[in-house]
Write a protein that binds this ligand. Structure first.
Ligand code: GDD
Length: 271
């Protein structure tokens, strides 16, 4: 059942939790765009940092044995050297990352102070056909489908040198669920352990779509640069493997194919 709610509205969250009496809460709500967080830092902190606090406070006050999953983020590692794991120091590079660090420590604090089954998943980038259209992987695969359909001639992007550990979202959701099925709560890194640049993604996807050299289609628009950038993320999820038996199955090349195929179907129904 879809209930309306808002992470900035404390009373509303309390009014939802008490009658629903959920067994588990997967808290994925956020202003989740890193670039946008530089334009709307206060809003981002209100939703991403205080939003988490509001839910945890409502869980505490309800007295119900609710298990809580908090979506933390690999962005929290920022400029810390890779590979990044649960012991890596945070060095945030955006208002989004700072807000997620607050949500991470708030979750830890409610676990320790009130014995709430509360965990943070430190998920590295997870992608797929349902990825929002303004995130770089989906922007590229959607751009390819629009170029192939004759709707666009160019794709405008920002920093192509950034490297990310990109995995397949459905597998990451399984990891979230597994975290709440464990005997005790813990914080875990979820990642593939591989890293690729935005350029690599362009090369692989344009080639797979049969468009050839991506440089013929891609232009740089400095509007997409960030005031501070996260250069390279590579996750070490060995703790998740040990505790959950979880491991990423879909790697970079297959992920690119899944996303290109899905977007080509959208604009080229015959493909
Ligand atoms: N969005 C976007 N648009 N990013 C671009 C573009 C562009 O046109 N051109 C280059 N990039 C670069 C960004 O500068 C960044 O280094 C990289 O591509 C990835 O950007 P996003 O896809 O926007 O993802 P993100 O890594 O900033 O954040 C995502 O992953 C986090 C997990 O690490 C988001 O989903 C976050 O909510 C999530 O926490």
């Amino acid at each position: 059942f879809l209930h309306y709610g808002d992470l900035t509205d404390t009373g509303n969250i309390e009014k939802l939790i008490n009658p629903i009496k959920p067994d588990e809460i997967y808290h994925l709500g956020a202003q989740s765009h890193v670039r946008v967080s530089f334009d709307m830092p206060e809003y981002t902190a209100n939703v991403d940092a205080l939003g988490t606090l509001r839910i945890l406070e409502a869980i505490k006050d309800s007295g119900l044995p609710i298990k809580f999953y908090n979506a933390a983020s690999s962005e929290m590692f920022g400029s810390s050297a890779p590979p990044q794991n649960e012991k890596t120091l945070f060095h945030p590079r955006s208002p989004y990352a700072v807000s997620k660090i607050i949500s991470y420590y708030t979750t830890q604090n409610y676990r320790e102070a009130y014995d709430i089954f509360a965990c943070s998943g430190i998920l590295f980038n997870h992608e797929g056909p349902r990825r929002g259209e303004s995130f770089v992987t989906r922007k590229i695969t959607l751009g390819i489908s629009r170029i192939k359909a004759g709707l666009d001639q160019k794709l405008y992007l920002g920093n192509l040198e950034a490297k990310r550990d990109w995995g397949f979202a459905p597998e990451y959701v399984e990891a979230m669920w597994l975290m709440l099925q464990q005997p005790s709560p813990d914080d875990l890194v979820i990642a593939t352990g591989e890293t690729h640049s935005v350029k690599d993604f362009l090369g692989e996807s344009f080639n797979y779509a049969g468009l050839g050299d991506w440089q013929k289609y891609v232009e740089i628009d400095p509007r997409y640069y960030r005031p501070a950038e996260v250069e390279v993320l590579v996750g070490d999820s060995s703790k998740a493997k040990e505790k959950l038996g979880w491991e990423a199955k879909t790697k970079f090349n297959d992920l690119v194919k899944i996303m290109v195929d899905a977007d080509l179907k959208q604009h080229n129904p015959k493909v």
